[in-house]
Design a protein around this ligand. Structure first.
Ligand SMILES: NC(=O)c1ccc[n+]([C@@H]2O[C@H](COP(=O)([O-])OP(=O)(O)OC[C@H]3O[C@@H](n4cnc5c(N)ncnc54)[C@H](O)[C@@H]3O)[C@@H](O)[C@H]2O)c1
Length: 256
């Protein structure tokens, strides 16, 4: 037996929500390079270079939109093999919002993380049941497993909010629930939790970047390409006996 094709995604249909974002674009490119037919679902479409991805504009805050999108993405053979749920919408906020955040804003952050994820999974399940190798990959965060350190943000324009970490922790738990329930359909579910992957404009703040680097064992921030390998692994047959786990891709940040 040859293992040359162990990571191949040839013949697989992958749907990536939030695929036009900072991390998503590189992941879409990686999936395409490994042979997947990729459908990107985003409300802000900007085509990704060097891919032949198909794009569907959609607001993941709206259930009927997502239902239509998954039907379109599944196509004539009504099948989705891989679902990657990157889309998130948090709004701005700061750490001390925990003292003042109103119910509406709290709910917005929870919906913009685990709500989008749940809705995408629910509408994709009918089509993933038709796959022989269904794989759901949700996105957690280092703040799904630990709190933001206020010293990282002090004296910078950056922050994090209480509903973000809560929504991401819920996403990791939702993943385990799905792994347990969907196993009977042959569908696996795992989450990937990125550490610190500041966008390029944020990287320009040298103080903040250095603080993030110092938090990791590997001494550097994450870049979008650091997530491609784990996505290929979880999407492919290479991980066919893995379900219900959360993989930290954080340069060791949460391991010490
Ligand atoms: N960048 C990091 O440091 C980091 C760290 C940990 C986890 N994450 C998670 O990784 C994922 C991707 O992060 P990113 O840095 O690429 O963010 P990003 O903002 O660049 O990308 C998010 C994408 O989701 C889309 N989106 C937002 N709301 C939508 C809606 N209602 N309907 C459809 N599309 C919508 C946006 O248009 C965007 O393309 C998010 O879930 C984020 O929480 C990021």
């Amino acid at each position: 037996m040859s293992y040359n094709d162990l990571f191949s995604l040839n013949g697989k249909k992958a749907v990536v929500t939030g695929g036009c974002g900072y991390l998503g674009r590189e992941i879409v490119k990686g999936l395409s390079d490994f042979g997947a037919e990729v459908v990107v679902v985003d409300w802000n479409i900007s085509p990704i270079e060097d891919t032949n991805a198909h794009y569907i504009k959609c607001d993941l805050g709206n259930t009927s939109n997502i239902k239509d999108v998954m039907k379109e993405a599944a196509g004539a053979n009504e099948c989705i093999d891989v679902l990657i749920t990157l889309a998130a919408n948090l709004g701005a906020g700061v750490l001390n919002d925990v003292e003042t955040m109103d119910d509406e804003y709290w709910a917005k952050g929870i919906d913009g993380t685990v709500g989008y994820t749940f809705r995408s999974i629910r509408e994709a399940i009918p089509y993933m049941k038709n796959s022989t190798s269904g794989s759901i990959i949700n996105i957690g965060s280092l703040y799904a497993v630990g709190a933001p350190d206020p010293r990282t943000y002090f004296d910078t324009p950056f922050s994090s909010t209480p509903n973000y970490g809560a929504g991401k922790a819920a996403t990791v738990e939702l993943t385990k629930f799905c792994a347990s329930y969907l196993a009977k359909y042959g569908i696996r579910a795992n989450s990937v939790s990125p550490g610190s992957y500041p966008h390029t404009n944020v990287q320009e703040n040298a103080l903040f970047k250095k603080r993030l680097e110092d938090k990791t064992m590997l001494g550097r921030i994450g870049y979008p390409e650091d997530l491609v390998g784990v996505m290929i692994f979880l999407a492919s047959e290479a991980s066919k006996y893995i379900t219900g786990i959360n993989i930290m891709v954080d340069g060791g940040q949460t391991a010490w």
